[in-house]
Design a protein around this ligand. Structure first.
Ligand SMILES: [Zn+2]
Length: 119
């Protein structure tokens, strides 16, 4: 190997190392960011769980739960009727095409959505 070639090779290698170092540092930043986000989500999840348990406990105690549920099912019933009517009038009620015309065709998204609402 000639001197000139050798020097070129060494410099090229150095550039590759630098580039890899940059990539590695970006990767480290990414991992740090993900860990931070993971921590935040875990904390939030724990907080929500605690809150949910508090709510369930307090509602069970006051007997309010049954009342709320009754009210909610009435609301859902009305909402369902409106959506079913809209669907029967020929419009999509699914998230995918909501509000657009079905052009006379049945839509599986709509039907499964309505099924869920009714059940
Ligand atoms: Zn649809």
């Amino acid at each position: 190997m000639k001197d000139r070639n050798f020097l070129d090779t060494v410099m090229e290698f150095e550039q590759q190392l630098e580039s890899m170092q940059q990539q590695f540092s970006a990767l480290k930043q990414f991992v740090a960011h993900m860990m931070e986000e993971h921590q935040t989500l875990q904390t939030e999840n724990l907080h929500l769980r605690t809150r949910l348990e508090e709510l369930l406990a307090s509602e069970a105690n006051t007997g309010k739960q049954a009342e709320e549920l009754k009210k909610e099912s009435v609301d859902i019933g009305e909402g369902y009727d409106n959506l079913a009517r809209l669907y029967n009038e020929g419009f999509h009620v699914c998230h995918v095409h909501f509000g657009s015309s079905r052009k006379g065709e049945d839509c599986l998204f709509c039907l499964s959505f309505l099924n869920k609402q009714n059940g």
